[in-house]
Ligand binder design. Sequence first.
Ligand SMILES: [Zn+2]
Length: 163
Amino acid sequence: MCKICSNKREQEKVLCSSCQSLIEDLDFDTFNAERKWLEELFVGRFNNFLVVFSLIVTAGFANNLENWKYLVFYFGAILLSFCWLPLVRAYHKYDNAVKILLTLKEFKGKPNQIGIMQELYGKRKNNIFKNFTISRWLAFYIPITCVVFLIIVGLGINLCIIK
Ligand SMILES: [Zn+2]
């Protein structure tokens, strides 16, 4: 199955021939601008996520609900999970754009910094830390830690471990 349109594709290829030719026709500068826009979208959504998280933590500790304090953390965890979905979506868009930009032969040899980036990207494939890229930290590891933190604090207050 083609990764973009889900049509049939040749063996050993990620994309079908029609998607492949569409990408080959892409203009480098336009696509690089698109990548830049997606990166800003991704980072913007991550910043929004952090703002929502810090608001929930503040609301959780600085309220006057004597017996229901933990509910703020539980609802906060649900709310934060909803804010996480657009972030993951933006991550996939950005990641695909970077993949297309840095792995397609047609862009190689462009007289700019993209050549160095392509080399680094190629080296990263064999790296044991390839799953710990910064964009994955922003999209998965930090948001998951934030949601788990809220659930643990909620549980702690609920079970009277944290007062
Ligand atoms: Zn396709």
